[in-house]
Design a protein around this ligand. Structure first.
Ligand SMILES: Cc1cc2nc3c(=O)[nH]c(=O)nc-3n(C[C@H](O)[C@H](O)[C@H](O)COP(=O)(O)O)c2cc1C
Length: 369
């Protein structure tokens, strides 16, 4: 096999694996993304004659199509790399990871899929034959349909909104212990599971954010992260529980939460501890709701006295990072609130135990009790 073919096959394979973010997880996705960029650079070096010939000769119809596809592909891949670096959580960890970058990255990947298939078609179809034009158009249309299907089933952002993800709690939650420097820590979390009217049949639940453990029991993202923190620092775990449960449907919960924001009403909490006097540090784990803290978290923060306590926020989200949540915690809580929360994208929950430990070490080393 020639060098050219090996590089092309590698690029194709890597691209397909990269589309399956939800199967590889964030860390491997980023490593393979870099490998893909390197393979593409080699592809361009091997085919550099195309660049030097750009200004030479006449442009037939086929040559015009090839040129447009190739230039679009170069721009698209460059934009994918750029949005990938901006969204990076592991290798570059820019801390930017704004939802628009994540979504643009995913959309560009699908455009790239269509362009790659057109690029392959245009180079492999014999354009001297009469039917070649039709073949090219059909192939490109099929590629577009494929891209839409992938968007529905494979891409991480979308997939997480339709499927529950099965995890092995031991593997996902257990990890490195962190020296908490004699702090008395309570880990308080809010999550949809336990606070929603989920039906017994979990498949009927359309849920971003839902995980299933080995016993097929539902677990919320923030719950899993809270358990990771509990495993890392051996603190007590407290869940925030509402009296009036949220609907089982994700979409309905989104509208209920929107109404709560508009009305400003706080839900009634149940089964909460009388006070938090024995703790000097509160690790607060919550999902981002409408760019801020869920109302039950606000109700929790307004129910206790946090003076002389450090509040350490950890946010799970669908792409928006911490949104305005830390600012909003500060406005209702009189404790010392850590400014830079750990933000965890919902698709990364099963792969972030190490990040949780590393981040806790950093926070404990710079913050007072
Ligand atoms: C009512 C509601 C509003 C949400 N709003 C946002 C949002 O503004 N930005 C975002 O990135 N994710 C948003 N999400 C997604 C959640 O933050 C994300 O899925 C989170 O990990 C869910 O955690 P949980 O399983 O602990 O409930 C929202 C989810 C719900 C249910």
């Amino acid at each position: 096999m020639s060098k050219k073919i090996i590089i092309d096959v590698m690029a194709g394979l890597l691209f397909v694996i990269l589309l399956g973010y939800s199967f590889t997880g964030g860390q491997l996705h980023e490593i393979l993304g870099i490998l893909f960029a390197i393979v593409i650079i080699f592809h361009n070096i091997i085919n550099r004659k195309w660049y030097s010939g750009l200004k030479k000769g006449n442009y037939s119809k086929k040559r015009k199509i090839v040129t447009v596809i190739n230039i679009a592909l170069i721009i698209d891949i460059a934009a994918i790399v750029l949005t990938g670096i901006i969204s990076s959580r592991y290798l570059f960890n820019t801390g930017i990871r704004i939802s628009i970058a994540v979504q643009t990255h995913a959309a560009l990947a699908l455009i790239c899929l269509v362009l790659i298939i057109s690029h392959i078609l245009v180079h492999t179809i014999d354009f001297t034959k009469k039917s070649s034009g039709k073949l090219f158009v059909r192939g490109t249309v099929i590629a577009m349909i494929l891209a839409v299907l992938l968007y529905t089933w494979m891409l991480p952002y979308v997939k997480r909104h339709f499927n529950t993800v099965k995890i092995n709690c031991k593997e996902v939650i257990m990890g490195e212990h962190v020296d908490a420097d004699n702090r008395n820590i309570v880990i308080v979390y809010f999550t949809r599971v336990g606070n929603s009217n989920f039906e017994n049949d979990v498949d009927a639940v359309s849920g971003a954010s839902l995980l299933l453990n080995e016993e097929d029991k539902l677990m919320g993202n923030s719950q899993v992260i809270a358990q990771m923190v509990g495993d890392a620092v051996a603190g007590d775990l407290v869940s925030i529980n509402v009296e009036a449960k949220y609907p089982s449907s994700y979409a309905d919960t989104v509208s209920v939460a929107s109404n709560e924001l508009k009305s400003g009403e706080l839900p009634t909490l149940i089964e909460m501890p009388e006070n938090l006097d024995e703790y000097d540090t509160v690790v607060l784990v919550y999902p981002l709701w409408w760019w801020t803290i869920p109302k039950p978290v606000e109700a929790f923060l307004k129910s206790y006295d946090f003076s002389n306590k450090t509040v350490i926020p950890i946010v799970t989200h669908g792409g928006s990072g911490a949104g305005d949540s830390v600012k909003d915690i500060k406005s209702v809580c009189n404790g010392t609130v850590i400014d830079n929360p750990l933000t965890i994208y919902c698709g990364d929950i099963p792969y972030c135990r190490d990040i949780v430990s590393e981040w806790l070490k950093e926070v404990f080393s710079v913050s007072d009790k």
